[in-house]
Design a protein. Structure first.
Length: 265
């Protein structure tokens, strides 16, 4: 969880260096988190940051943007991201500040995208291409994946969680289908949104797929049995508790979100 000690730096963020420029993939949970990433880039290259890619709207992935704002920097995101930012950007700043403290949030601002991905977008960093794909509603309704062709590394953002329980803020059915579809996509490794910095693919998707399947099955059973949404939230998914961090913090919330979607099936 974001708190005063980690200053909101809880997600996997990083960068890819080409011959002409650098692409940042997610910027962290605050301006100071973003500045830390910028220092890590400067320790490795003097090339300019030409692209900042935001994989989705959540604060821990996007609130470091201001550290990279400037001329010649293109902020790239899913076509739905401006809407998501409009709906919750300001509120997100406030609630994140309550979690990490105002000092850690100093300088943190909403920086909206300047370039939108509607389907697929190829970015050239100079001899190194990144392929961005706008995904249908899954973890959120504005998730992007980034594929680095040179290393066959797939950056999933929060479309894949490891260790940290998956957090549902989009569509359970969509996320189930997309997890399975991503697992068919060849890649040497992924960079998940949370968990270790990289993991072998597609094995790293199995645990999340199992959790989402279990959650959906339990919810469908509860709906058929006429259970209330709060009864369902107390039990659905709990059979998959083992091995996930923060299960207690998010599982019932996931069940509430999934229930609201599946009850209309
Ligand atoms: Zn997220």
């Amino acid at each position: 969880m974001p708190d005063g000690d980690n200053r909101g730096a809880i997600a996997n963020i990083g960068f890819v260096i080409g011959a002409e420029g650098v692409a940042v993939i997610d910027t962290g949970g605050s301006y100071c988190d973003g500045m830390g990433l910028k220092a890590a880039i400067r320790a490795r290259t003097a090339l300019p940051v030409t692209y900042v890619i935001n994989t989705h709207v959540h604060p821990d992935h996007i609130f470091g943007n201001a550290a990279f704002a400037g001329e010649g920097v293109s902020f790239v995101a899913h076509r739905n991201l401006p809407r998501a930012l409009g709906e919750r950007g300001e509120h997100g700043l406030q609630s994140y500040a309550e979690q990490v403290g105002p000092e850690a949030m100093q300088g943190t601002k909403i920086i909206p995208p300047t370039e939108l991905v509607t389907d697929t977008l190829r970015l050239d960093l100079g001899g190194r291409a990144l392929v961005l794909i706008a995904r249908p509603a899954a973890h959120t309704d504005a998730d992007l994946t980034v594929f680095d062709e040179a290393t066959a590394t797939l950056w999933t953002g929060d479309l894949i969680f490891l260790d940290h329980i998956p957090v549902l803020d989009g569509s359970l059915k969509g996320w189930l289908a997309l997890t399975a579809a991503l697992m068919q996509q060849p890649a040497a490794r992924i960079v998940p949104g949370h968990g270790p910095p990289s993991a072998p693919w597609p094995e790293a998707g199995e645990k999340q797929l199992r959790y989402l399947q279990r959650l959906a099955e339990d919810l469908r059973g509860a709906i058929r049995a006429g259970k209330s949404i709060s009864e369902a939230a107390a039990v659905c998914g709990t059979g998959e508790k083992d091995g996930w961090q923060l299960f207690g913090a998010y599982n019932s919330r996931n069940a509430l979100t999934g229930f609201a979607e599946l009850e209309w099936d």
